[in-house]
Design a protein around this ligand. Sequence first.
Ligand code: DAH
Length: 369
Amino acid sequence: MENLDNLKSEVLKNIQASADLKGLDEIRVSILGKKGQLTEMMKGLGALPLEEKIAMGKGLNIVKSEIEQALEAQKKILEEKALNEKLANETIDVTLPVRPETQGRIHPISKIYEEVAAIFGEMGFDVADGPDIEDQFHNFNALNMPNNHPARQMQDTFYINDNPEKPFDMDTAYVIRTQTSGVQIRTMEKQQPPIRIIALGRTYRSDYDATHTPMFHQVEGLIIDKNITMAHLKGCLNNFMKAFFELDDLPMRYRPSYFPFTEPSAELDIGCKVTKTELKIGAGTDWMEILGCGMVHPSVLRAGGIDPDEYQGFAFGMGLDRIAMLKYGIPDLRLFFESDVRWLKHYGFTPLDISSMTGGLSDNGGLAR
Ligand code: DAH
């Protein structure tokens, strides 16, 4: 009995002193396990005379349950301690910005490409492509701008001298395309109507100031089918403008204009307010020209191998840099192409915000600013 008391007080002391769950379990096994001290003592009961057996059995049971309780209590304390330590080590401050901070930014022009393709894609347009270095047939002649046509002077063209050995011939030299309109011809050459494409790309003219750079971007649109009318043109472009500027009541007007490749031709203006300090789209009484458009000229269809007596369509062309400046309030076009990372960080977009008609174009919190 005395042994039992000593064992009990020693074990209880050890339990209280144990500092971790593993140590505590070792104590449990050494006392209560198959070969534990208390278990052995219980096994020894059988050899005792009856009275001692009863007394000793009682005592053993009491000590056993005291030890079990002490083990249980210490286990709780140690578990809580372990949990607290784990929590302290794994602290997450959900108010901190994401780390590592995303470094890359999507350039506003790439964002505009994405937005324009998302909107026209939703309307069923395919995206077509053409080369930056273009022959004059596709850039001019097939678009009803033959040599010496005055409209050629509307665009300050870069000509390429591809063979310095030969005298330069302005009429046959390649150009770097002055407009994406040539993709109209390239598409017609490849595909019979119905045609419904946009072409996004770089274009080049010899021009340089705050709103003009020698390289800039355009989107061209072309629809050809049997019964296409000016009403389709208006419906399509009105819808595009509202979606792009994210304004349902955007004021718009079509003004008669001239382009060699369309007849009739028009320019689309959007309503805005222009003051010295601000430019607000969709408000005020001023108008700003935003794109050129019209019904495809029969000569253009013919040049593309399409019968104008059977098919007709509409086309449009729009400067993307301009609408990027308008939509995102970027004042100077030249900075678009200077590769200044501070500028890009300010005006760029986070890479994972993909523009879509259902998920949002640009108003989905994607602005890095
Ligand atoms: N290519 C014209 C330009 O660069 C824009 C344009 C106007 C394209 C009318 C078209 C159109 O397709 O129909 O100024």
